[in-house]
Design a protein. Structure first.
Lengths: 322, 320
C-alpha cells in the first residue's frame, strides 16, 4: 500500500515540482538569481525559471563538471547561482568540481539534485541517487537539505537562498504524501517534531517522514508511542533535538531513502554516541543497488516501508527494555 | 579599439601607461628570479611550470592588458585572471606581489605553515587570487561563469584563464570550450601554456593526440592566436588582437619552454624537473643564466610574420 494512505495523507506535487515552482517565484523577486542547467531542466523543473528568465538561465549541456565550474564563476562574480541536475549525476559525476570549485572556496552556490532515492522507479539504478547524502555531508562548508513534501520543499528552497554559502537540496521524482500545512515554518538546522511520544523516536528525512508518521500510528495501536522528527537538515544536524530524543525516549530509529553507509542514520548515530548513547536501529538501503520497477514495489523489496520502520522500532524498544 | 574598449580603458581606476618592452623584460626577469628563489627555499613546488608562463603573466599584469586595483582587489569592474594550472602558483604569487596585492616579503614564506601562500592558490587566503585551483581542468569553466556574470551585469570586465597543455587531457576543458562558444563569450580569453611536458613525460609521448591543438580549438568555435610565449612583444600583440574579436571566445596558444630554457631544467629530458625545485648549486647556475639572458630575452629573432613560432631551447641565445 502507498506510503501514508493508511493514515489518510493526501498526495501532493513531487518535491522536484515544488522546488521548480518556488524557484520560479524567487526568480520573480530576485533578479540576481541565475540558474545553470545540465540539459535536464525539464526533469529538475528549473525549466519553470528558465521559461521566464531565458537571459539568466544557462544550459551548458550534458556536462556536469562544467555545470559546477560555471556556477562557481557566476557566484564569484556576485550572482546568486543555482545549479541542478539529477542528484546522482550532480554529486557523483562532478564531486571533485563541487569540492574544489564550491566547497573549498565557500562559494554561494545552491545545488539541487532531483531523482533522489529508489522511488524514481522505472528508470532504474543508473538514475537513482542513493549515495548523495553521504557525499554532500562529507564536504566541509556545505549545508544539506532533504525536504519531506511539497510545503517543506517550497519553504526550504526559499530558506536556502536566504543564507550565504554552499547548499545541497535533494528532491524526488514521484508524487509525495503531504505531511505539512502550506506555509509551515522551517528553520535550517532545526528538526521539526511532528509527533510526540515517549517510547522511541523515529528520525526521518524526505519521503520516509510520511512513512515514519504511518509507522508511529501502527506502533501506537500496539502500545508503543513514537516521537517523529523530520530531520530536513542533515547538515548541520540538530544535535539538540537528537540529544533530547535520546534522553527522553531512550531509543532511536532512523529512516532514509539512501544507503545506510554515511547517510542520515550514520550521522545521527555519531551524534547519539557522543551525547547520549541509546539503542538504535536503521532503516535504509543495505549495501546494494536497486533495479527498475514501480516505486512501491521497490520500496517494499528494499525495506523502506512503514512496516519496516515498525519492525525496527519494536526491536529497538525491546533492546531498550533489556 | 572598439567603443567599449575605449570606455573600458578610460575607467578612472585605470590609466593606460604601458611600460617599454625593455621594462617589461626587466619585470619578467625579476619574477623569474623570485620563482627560482622561493621554490628552492621552500624545498618543493613547480618552478619550471611557473617559468614557462612568466612572460605571459608579465604582459597581463604589467603590460597594460589587465585592469585591476591592488588596493581594491574585489573591484567589480576589474579583469579576472584565473590560473587553472594551479601548480604554477609561485609564478602567480610573484606577479601578484609585484603588482602590489600583498607585501613582497611574504614570497619567501611559500608553502610554509601559517603562510597564505599555499602550495596551490587559495582565493580565500590571498588577495588577487581569483579561484582556488590545483585540481586540473576546472579554471576555464569558472572563467566562463565570470564572463557570463559580466555580461549580465553589463560590466566590461574581461576574463583571462591560463591552462596547461597537460591539463588539456581533462575532459572538463573541452566541456567549457564547447559551452563558451555556444554562449559567444567574447570577453573570455584562454592562454595555453604549451611547454610540451607533463608530469611523467613529453606531451609527444603522454598525449600526442593533443595535436592538432590549434585545429581543435578552431573546431570548437574559438578564435585562435598562436605565438612565441616568451616574446613579450608578440604576447601583447596577441592580447590586443583578441580584444577585437566579437562573439567568440579566444585562445592564445603560446609556445613556451618549461623552465624557460635554463640549463638545470633543460637537462631533464623526461619532464623538465616537473614539481622539483633547484638545489642551491643549480639555483646559482640558473640565476647566472637569467642574468645573461637579460639582453636576449625573447629566445628568438624570427620576425612576427613568420608566426607561428615554435620556440626551441637551441635558439634561446638568438638575437633580439
Amino acid at each position: 500500500m502507498d506510503i501514508g494512505k493508511r493514515i489518510g495523507l493526501d498526495y501532493g506535487l513531487p518535491t522536484r515540482n515544488a522546488f521548480g515552482e518556488a524557484l520560479r517565484e524567487l526568480g520573480r523577486e530576485n533578479e540576481n538569481i541565475v540558474v545553470v542547467d545540465g540539459d535536464v531542466g525539464n526533469s529538475t523543473r528549473t525549466q519553470y525559471f528558465g521559461d521566464e528568465n531565458s537571459e539568466r538561465f544557462f544550459n551548458v549541456g550534458i556536462a556536469e563538471s562544467n555545470l559546477i565550474g560555471v556556477s562557481s564563476g557566476l557566484a564569484a562574480s556576485g550572482k546568486q547561482a543555482l545549479a541542478a541536475s539529477f542528484a546522482c549525476f550532480l554529486m557523483c559525476n562532478a564531486y571533485d568540481q563541487i569540492r574544489m570549485s564550491i566547497a573549498f572556496p565557500r562559494m554561494n552556490v545552491k545545488l539541487v539534485g532531483s531523482h533522489s532515492g529508489i522511488s524514481i522507479g522505472e528508470d532504474g539504478p543508473s538514475q537513482m541517487a542513493i549515495e548523495d547524502i553521504a557525499l554532500a555531508t562529507s564536504l566541509p562548508n556545505f549545508t544539506v537539505l532533504a525536504p519531506a513534501d511539497e510545503p517543506a520543499t517550497r519553504a526550504l528552497t526559499r530558506a536556502m537562498f536566504s543564507q550565504e554559502g554552499p547548499v545541497y537540496l535533494r528532491t524526488g521524482r514521484t508524487k509525495t504524501p503531504v505531511v505539512y500545512q502550506n506555509g509551515a515554518d522551517f528553520v535550517i538546522g532545526a528538526a521539526n517534531r511532528l509527533r510526540e511520544g515517549r517510547d522511541v523516536t523515529i528520525i526521518a528525512c524526505g519521503l520516509m517522514v510520511a512513512a515514519a508518521l504511518e509507522a508511529a500510528h501502527i506502533l501506537s495501536k500496539r502500545g508503543i508511542e513514537a516521537r517523529v522528527l523530520d530531520m530536513h537538515t542533515i547538515k548541520p544536524l540538530d544535535r539538540g533535538a537528537i540529544a533530547a530524543a535520546a534522553r527522553e525516549t531512550g531509543a532511536i530509529v532512523t529512516a532514509e531513502e539512501h544507503v545506510l553507509n554515511g547517510g542520515l542514520g550514520a550521522l545521527v548515530a555519531q551524534a547519539v554516541a557522543e551525547v547520549e548513547p541509546v539503542p538504535m536501529s536503521f532503516v535504509g538501503i543495505d549495501n546494494t543497488y536497486a533495479e527498475s520497477g514501480e516505486p512501491q514495489e521497490l520500496l517494499e523489496k528494499y525495506g523502506l516501508t512503514p512496516d519496516d520502520i515498525v519492525r525496527a522500532a519494536e526491536e529497538v524498544v525491546k533492546k531498550k527494555r533489556q | 579599439m572598439t567603443q567599449t574598449q575605449v570606455e573600458r580603458r578610460s575607467s578612472e581606476k585605470w590609466t593606460l601607461e604601458t611600460p617599454s618592452l625593455e621594462e617589461l623584460q626587466e619585470t619578467a626577469w625579476r619574477l623569474s628570479r623570485e620563482i627560482l628563489k622561493i621554490t628552492t627555499k621552500a624545498g618543493s613546488g613547480h618552478p619550471s611550470s611557473s617559468l614557462s608562463m612568466v612572460d605571459i603573466l608579465t604582459a597581463l599584469y604589467f603590460g597594460g592588458v589587465m585592469r585591476y586595483d591592488p588596493h581594491d582587489p574585489n573591484w567589480p569592474e576589474r579583469d579576472r585572471f584565473i590560473l587553472s594550472k594551479g601548480h604554477g602558483a609561485p609564478g602567480l604569487y610573484a606577479a601578484l606581489a609585484e603588482a602590489g596585492f600583498f607585501d613582497r616579503e611574504l614570497l619567501p614564506t611559500l608553502r610554509e605553515f601559517g603562510s597564505p601562500l599555499d602550495g596551490h592558490p587559495d582565493m580565500r587566503a590571498l588577495p588577487g587570487v581569483e579561484a582556488s585551483t590545483g585540481s586540473l581542468g576546472q579554471g576555464l569553466s569558472i572563467g566562463l561563469g565570470h564572463a557570463l556574470a559580466a555580461r549580465l551585469d553589463e560590466r566590461a570586465s574581461r576574463v583571462y584563464v591560463m591552462i596547461g597543455d597537460g591539463e588539456s587531457d581533462e575532459g572538463q576543458i573541452w566541456e567549457a570550450a564547447m559551452s563558451a562558444a555556444k554562449f559567444q563569450a567574447h570577453n573570455l580569453t584562454a592562454i595555453l601554456d604549451y611547454n610540451e611536458f607533463q608530469q611523467t613525460g613529453p606531451i609527444d609521448e603522454v598525449m600526442p593526440s593533443l595535436e592538432p591543438v590549434v585545429d581543435k580549438w578552431k573546431a570548437f568555435g574559438w578564435h585562435v592566436e598562436e605565438i612565441n610565449g616568451h616574446d613579450i612583444g608578440q604576447i601583447l600583440e596577441a592580447f590586443n588582437a583578441v580584444e577585437r574579436v566579437e562573439s567568440q571566445p579566444q585562445i592564445i596558444v603560446a609556445h613556451t619552454l618549461k623552465g624557460r630554457g635554463l640549463s638545470p631544467f633543460e637537462q631533464d629530458e623526461v619532464n623538465r624537473m616537473h614539481g622539483k625545485p633547484l638545489d642551491e648549486e643549480q639555483l646559482e647556475t640558473a640565476l647566472a643564466e637569467l642574468d645573461e639572458m637579460r639582453h636576449t630575452w625573447a629566445f628568438t629573432s624570427l620576425p612576427a610574420e613568420e608566426k607561428p613560432t615554435r620556440v626551441t631551447a637551441e635558439n634561446k641565445y638568438g638575437e633580439v
